[in-house]
Every structure is written in C-alpha cells, then in structure tokens.
Design a protein around this ligand. Structure first.
Ligand SMILES: NC(=O)c1ccc[n+]([C@@H]2O[C@H](COP(=O)([O-])OP(=O)(O)OC[C@H]3O[C@@H](n4cnc5c(N)ncnc54)[C@H](O)[C@@H]3O)[C@@H](O)[C@H]2O)c1
Length: 331
C-alpha cells in the first residue's frame, strides 16, 4: 500500500489538530487558523501560558463553532507533552486526532566561531529533540486510531540546501528534521499507512522567530517574567508570505500527498512575482554533490542583502535590494 497518497481534507472535520509553537503569530498560528477553517478543533501548544491562552481566545473569536484549547508545553520535556495528551483526551472525549504539526523552533543567527554551546544545545534540543518528543507523544495515538491522520514536522528550506554562513546551528538542526521525518516515514510505511507524513520546508513566512528565540532565552535566564510575555512582532519583509496564505499552501501540499512541502513565495499564495525560488537552491546543492565539489563562490560576493549568502539570493532578495536602494535614493 502506498503511504503518501493525497488526502481528502474534508475528512479532517470534527477531528483535533495539535500545533506546537502556536502561541505567536507565526507559521503555527496560520496552521491553527486553517485547521479551524476546515472544521477541526484546535490545540495550541507553546512555552508560555499567557501566550497560548491569548491565542486560544483569538482563535475562538474567529471560529466560534469549533473547540479550542491552549496549553503551556515545552516540547523539550516529554512529561509536558504526555500531560498535554491526557488533558486533550479529557477535554475532547470521543474525538480523534486528525493532525499534529511539530512546529516549535528557535534560531540564533551567529557564526560557528561566535555561537555559544548553549545556543547549539537549545537549537538542537528544541528543533530536533522537540520533534522526536512530539512524535513519541502523539504518533502512537495516531497509530492506534487507524484512521487517516497527518503528522508534519516543520524543518525549513534551509534543511535542504547547502550550509550557509551565520546560522549553522539552525541549518544543522533543520537538516536533521528532514532526515528524521524521512526515517519516520520509512519506519511507519508498512505498519501505519494511515499516517500521512510530511516535512514542511518553508521559504520566507512572516514571523518574529528571531525575536521570539531571543525573548525565550531571556525568560529562561530569569530576565523576563514568564507571565509578562506578549506575542512578538512580525518581521517587516513585505514579500514574505502571510501566515494564513502560507497555511493554505501547506494544506494544498497535504491534499496532494507531497512529502517535501517546500512552501515558496509564489502566486496564488502571495500577490507578487518575486519568488524565493527554493527549488533552484536545493538543485544547486544536489549538483554540487554530484560533482563532489562544494561551490562556495557566493561567499566571495556581497550578496543582495549585503551579507554573502548562498541562500538569501534569487528574485525575492534582488527585489528587496532594489526597493531598499530606491528608498535610500528617495525614488
Ligand atoms: N518564518 C519563516 O520564514 C520560517 C522559514 C523556515 C522555517 N521556519 C520554521 O517554522 C517554525 C515556526 O517558526 P515561525 O517562523 O513561525 O516563528 P514563531 O516564533 O512564530 O514560532 C516559533 C514558536 O516556537 C515556540 N517555542 C520555542 N521553543 C519552544 C519549546 N521549547 N516548546 C514549545 N514551543 C517553543 C516559540 O515560543 C514560538 O511561538 C520554526 O520551526 C521555524 O524554524 C520558519
């Protein structure tokens, strides 16, 4: 039997969607909104009680006909995920889980020589072990249900392309998520073909990921009170995908049965013609592997952002550079 077939999304109605990293207004929030629009009940998990409760109320105001539950959950702590499952089963008796999005993540944008061991540990712990913990908490339930269900882990297009300067810990973790999900798909292909497995590889989506990651470190260090945490502001890139439109693209991939969900900045999900063009950058890596040579030439160019990059280039970044120059020259 083939595991990665398409999925009739109407079968998700009245089922539960669980989304980790859903407390800010980023990718997780978009997934929550789209799940709710399909008639799913939504469980929002994130680090801080204040965030998830706020997000829960916001979602309920938009979709009053569904049930919604925001729970504080640190994905690096398996016991917290287990406690969430107990709470979910208590709050939604008789309802099955239709989708799990292991989406929580962090980024620290430092070179390898400047990054701290703590940043590496946090990145690998949240981005990789957090996904493993989420798999271990919820996949057995999806297996025992035996009905069609979605399990998606959020990697990044950065998990499919060559390592770039500046965020090696992030990219290493996202490469790991891709391999992890390929392995999970292999392990469950025969046993649990009801589970539709996906790895989400977004290009550029509006979010406050860098700010969120910094803020969460400050909470951990006791510099900010957890009860005072507010949603972080979104990035100001006009060409980035809005989270709701991004989620539409994700669910279109799921309906199509695509395992590698590369969500690029393309129409109809954006209203411009400056794609990130993730697939071309993925292809460059595979061409390098085939010739056994790493093409590092981008390291010698200032790049469109002013920082050399083998990833942040292509039509979107060319256009951002053009707009920035036009602003500076007052045109
Ligand atoms: N925004 C993009 O362009 C982009 C591109 C590629 C991949 N991603 C990935 O998408 C995912 C969502 O990021 P986003 O950009 O929407 O930013 P975001 O800040 O909205 O989402 C990340 C969330 O994860 C939460 N989180 C961090 N550590 C956690 C933990 N230990 N337990 C539970 N929750 C935790 C944060 O509080 C935050 O709400 C991340 O995995 C990120 O790496 C984002």
């Amino acid at each position: 039997m083939e595991q990665q077939g398409g999925l009739d999304l109407s079968s998700m109605q009245d089922k539960i969607a669980i989304v980790t990293g859903a407390g800010n207004h980023g990718i997780g929030w978009g997934l929550c909104q789209h799940s709710a629009s399909l008639g799913m009940h939504v469980v929002l998990l994130d680090l801080h009680e204040s965030l998830v409760k706020q997000a829960e109320q916001e979602l309920l105001a938009l979709y009053p006909d569904i049930q919604c539950l925001g729970l504080k959950c640190d994905v690096t702590v398996p016991e917290e995920l287990a406690a969430c499952l107990v709470e979910i089963q208590k709050r939604f008796p008789g309802k099955s889980i239709g989708a799990v999005f292991a989406n929580a993540g962090v980024i620290f944008n430092h070179t390898i020589l400047r990054s701290t061991v703590e940043e590496w540990m946090t990145t690998l712990n949240v981005n990789v072990v957090g996904v493993v913990n989420t798999i271990q908490a919820f996949v057995p339930v999806l297996q025992s249900q035996g009905t069609p269900a979605i399990f998606s882990a959020t990697a990044s297009v950065g998990g499919l392309v060559r390592g770039d300067g500046g965020a090696a810990s992030y990219q290493a973790s996202k490469h790991a998520v891709v391999a992890l999900m390929e392995a999970l798909s292999f392990e469950l292909a025969v046993k649990s073909p009801n589970i539709h497995m996906h790895v989400l590889c977004p290009c550029i989506v509006q979010s406050g990921l860098m700010r969120t990651s910094k803020l969460n470190q400050r909470v951990k260090a006791g510099e900010v009170n957890q009860a005072d945490v507010e949603p972080t502001q979104l990035s100001r890139n006009d060409l980035a995908m809005a989270t709701e439109r991004h989620a539409e693209q994700v669910f279109d991939h799921i309906a199509e049965g695509n395992f590698y969900m590369i969500t690029d900045n393309v129409r109809p999900y954006v209203d411009h013609d400056f794609p990130f063009d993730g697939m071309s950058i993925v292809r460059e890596r595979y061409e390098n592997i085939q010739t056994l040579k790493l093409d590092n030439s981008d390291a010698f160019n200032p790049g469109t952002t002013g920082i050399p990059s083998a990833i942040l280039k292509g039509p979107m970044f060319e256009e951002l550079k053009r707009r920035s120059q036009a602003r500076k020259s007052g045109k």
